[in-house]
Design a protein around this ligand. Sequence first.
Ligand code: BF8
Ligand code: SF4
Length: 630
Amino acid sequence: MGDFKLTTVEEMEAATARLLETGAKVGADAWQIRVKNQTPHCKFGEQGICCRICSMGPCRITPKAPRGICGCDAHGIVGRNYLKFTAGGAATHSDHGREICHTLHEAAADGAYKVKDPEKLIRIAHEWGVETEGKDIYDLAHEMAEIGLLEYGKPFGYQRFLDRMPQHTKDLLIKNEIAPRAIDREVASSLHMTHMGCSSKPEALVKQSLRCGLCDGWGGSMMGTEFSDVLFGTPKPIDTEANLGVMNADNVNIVVHGHDPSLSEMICEYADDPEMIAYAKEMGAKGITVSGVCCTSNEVAMRRGIPMAGNFLQQENVVLTGACEAIVVDVQCIFPALGPLSKCFHTKFITTSPIAQMPDSEFIRFNAHTAAENAKAIVKMAIENFKNRKPDLVYIPDMKQKATVGYSVEAIVKVLDGVTNSQVDVTGTTKPLLECVTSGVIRGAVAMVGCNNPKIRPDYAHIELMKKLIANDIIIVASGCSAQAAAKAGLMDKRAKDLCGAGLKRVCELADIPPVLHMGSCVDISRMMILVSELAKDSGLKISQLPVVGCAPEWMSEKAVSIGNYVIATGIDTFLGVDPYVSGSDQMGALLTEGTRQWVEAAFTVETDINKLVDLMIERIEEKRAAIGI
Ligand code: BF8
Ligand code: SF4
């Protein structure tokens, strides 16, 4: 293994502790302090049995008061809360996808946004039955963007991308009235159903949660991913680095944070501009380093090799280094704490989206039409801020790992072409991967996704689960903050193959891949849905029969609940390390952990003990193998 060693959670925690000392010096607040102030949490909220959707309430369910004033019981209240949670997540991901459609609509040969993957655009156009022959690629881009935007509000029919599903899955969803219609309709219907005096029947609320999740995964998120690839390029394996040590004390440090690559791509573009680099030197820096936090980081790492400073619960740490000239954000998962925190340092906290406006920030409104000038202004502002740095506050933990990222479905299919023994030509399909699974060289796959959450020791669950899974010859595809946890630990370094069981290690060597494959941001979980669909079609099995499970051990956001719903609705059992506020209703618990199988052949398992969670996943994978006789 040479000098390769994983970074431990203890080492990451020590680095954080050192940064919090700087924070204490300047009187900064931190999530570690706020968690203490908020603990213990409200028990009614935790169990999902508080209802405040009408002004006769709020109503809270207790043994003495088993119904709200309208007569709704715990099951109805928990169910409505769960559906609202889902709708919030589906709306968020899907609105991101909508923004990408608008960016595609702005693309022009001489504009800031270009079509970087015309082949993919043409491929999707053919899927959607759009004539491409003789059409200018930008005319086609605008036409496809409009069709995409209509998926949000079309009056009839289901999401177009359902045609990518195996027929069995699609039929099942239509038969059970779970197939998603227009995206905005599913979100609006969910809010309609959860209004006072509408649905209080758990079955109906769970079914709509599945449908609403699907409009995200197979609608908004999938469009977000696919059209981002068209605009910015479909990811291919690329080397990068991860953890706070990617920031450079000699350079102007710009940290991009949020989700929509329309902003971060432009920032990266201008930070690379020789004119800007010369300006940075003029201001006393040696150069410009752009690094990322959260899903935006995944987007630009996958396409440009931009290093990853950290994931969700590390966002305050980048400011605490004292070396961050600007943290530039767009939407989602941004701590409002960054405003007051940046005021304790010289850091500029730059918000850019009308969707996410925060106190104590500089607001530079970013839009597709003026993207180039906005990005230039932001990069300049960061450079000019370099001189305000306080050298005695600068401390960047010397901690980073190498990572190979960029495993889109297209890239996975390509790299695994090399591992087949097949006599017939199986290139360009998932059959080589299937061969590895059926022969038992790889036992199965886990899709590791989701956030950090102070309720779970940050990153610990992600990293420990992954280590045990790969040691058991289970390959991992990862996205979102889970992927960054893996990268920070070193699990996306190809040398991590030595931590695998013999079978997976052999596959990693033959295909020259790390055992944990970075598939992108959270909207890119749609890539995972496409991959399992292809595996099902190429094997002739149902998705629910494949030895594949999903896992979100440290999830926290509404988006994560939406994702969980569409992953199980696609037929994949999903394991959660945090309870989605449903413990107040045994009926809701039973539906989510077993009842959904009657409609979608999959369900959730909730287990907060991480060691048990991983064993349950391995058990489930082995059960699935036994059931299909491999
Ligand atoms: O969409 S994993 S903390 S950054 S919600 Fe947020 Fe969770 Fe991170 Fe991306 Ni996903
Ligand atoms: Fe109470 Fe019913 Fe109003 Fe909810 S909808 S706050 S349970 S009266």
